[in-house]
Design a protein around this ligand. Structure first.
Ligand SMILES: Nc1ncnc2c1ncn2[C@@H]1O[C@H](COP(=O)(O)OP(=O)(O)O)[C@@H](O)[C@H]1O
Ligand SMILES: [Mg+2]
Length: 362
């Protein structure tokens, strides 16, 4: 194991990144393991590589939603009060001007502990996506959250579907008083603190908590940064995060997907759902994500297409097949969850064990 700091660069100009990388690598004190020129890439690199530190501009780090405890050395080509303030907000351990203070930068990098950052937890992040309406994505996301909570995990269900915000209806949330939502985090998104996040989580009687989508569909796109910081923070503070994705994978959904360890594609046994599933997978596979995907068949009854067709079309068997159950519709209409003891409920409970890797029989 090398005893040098592993650095992720968060610098937009390509030539600057190249110079800094060259210098740090030659110094023998640090090794640049990735460079990121956009907030999305930076957030992803930090999560994927768990570096010793990030060296980068404060605006990029703030736009990435912070670094969740990873050490941060701020770098700018000129000094300004605004960028120093941003560096402090972003939790910088030091501020360096390039190239005049490059030696100090390399020394600071060397001084960092090269042991992995002491992150309290590493949550399992499970994204649930139904590429065709009515397949049961909301049903699966809500009940998977309940089943994980039932198994003793600390679970937060995040409604990333800003346009429909169906989770609130699915759990029978009263509209008075209006619940706190992701929109409440927008003003503090770039420096989100655990206490602020905790305050907006809505506890559900079945043991999980919910981070609701905005009341106002328009607030969705302006909540992108808030979603990124909230999901990033949750992924180091709870056991499981369930992401309820919208039908169309918009930019908010895509940035949430960066955090997913597992993407559950919910489909029904019909041609249109399979077609939507194929298109969704083409898109997901093109995103170069860390997580892998599995298929969940829902509302299964005797039909023309059988689960074996899943293998033919998608190259793998479904992870779960949840039966059609009349009780589900009426429970959902009353804003209630179905019991986990019934036939469909037991199948969801098994899915919860599978996504946790507790039933590793292939
Ligand atoms: N396994 C199932 N059996 C019967 N009805 C179901 C099942 N899963 C979901 N439903 C019902 O189908 C409708 C659509 O489900 P929903 O979760 O809202 O789908 P989506 O979020 O994919 O649009 C809801 O009325 C729901 O109660
Ligand atoms: Mg839905």
């Amino acid at each position: 194991v090398e005893d040098v700091a592993r650095i992720v660069l968060g610098l937009e100009p390509h030539d600057l990144a190249a110079q800094v990388m060259d210098y740090l690598d030659r110094s023998g004190r640090a090794r640049v393991v990735a460079t990121a020129g956009t907030p999305e890439k930076l957030a992803r690199a930090v999560r994927r590589l768990e570096p010793t530190a990030v060296v980068g501009t404060p605006d990029l780090v703030l736009a990435a939603g912070g670094l969740n405890g990873t050490a941060y050395l701020a770098l700018e080509t000129e000094e300004s009060v605004a960028s120093m303030k941003d560096a402090i907000r972003a939790g910088a351990h030091g501020f360096f001007v390039w190239p005049t203070e490059r030696e100090q930068l390399a020394r600071a990098a060397l001084g960092l502990s090269t042991t992995a950052p002491a992150q309290s937890k590493r949550a399992r992040v499970i994204a649930v996506h139904g590429p065709r309406g009515g397949v049961g994505a909301t049903f699966v996301a809500v009940h998977l959250s309940a089943a994980l909570a039932d198994a003793g995990r600390e679970v937060v269900l995040v409604d990333v579907d800003a346009y429909f915000a169906d989770v609130a209806a699915a759990i029978g949330l009263k509209s008075e008083p209006p619940p706190r939502t992701i929109a409440d985090l927008a003003p503090v998104a770039s420096e989100l603190l655990p206490g602020q996040l905790k305050e907006v989580l809505e506890p559900h009687p079945d043991g999980f908590r919910v981070l609701h989508a905005p009341h106002d569909a328009d607030a969705g796109s302006s909540s992108e940064l808030a979603y990124r910081s909230a999901v990033g923070l949750l992924s180091t503070t709870v056991d499981a995060v369930v992401l309820h994705l919208p039908r169309a994978l918009d930019s908010v959904a895509r940035s949430a997907l960066e955090f997913a360890d597992l993407i559950l594609l919910v489909l029904t046994l019909d041609v249109m759902a399979f077609r939507a599933g194929r298109r969704a997978l083409d898109l997901i596979e093109g995103l170069d994500l860390v997580g892998h995907w599995e298929i969940v068949i829902n509302r299964a009854s005797r039909s023309e297409i059988v689960p074996a067709d899943v293998h033919r079309v998608f190259g793998r068997d479904p992870l779960a097949v949840i039966p059609r159950d009349r009780g589900i519709q009426s429970a959902q209409n009353r804003g209630k969850l179905i019991p986990l003891r019934g036939r469909a409920g037991r199948r969801v409970r098994r899915l919860a064990r599978d996504v946790w890797g507790e039933r590793n029989d292939g």
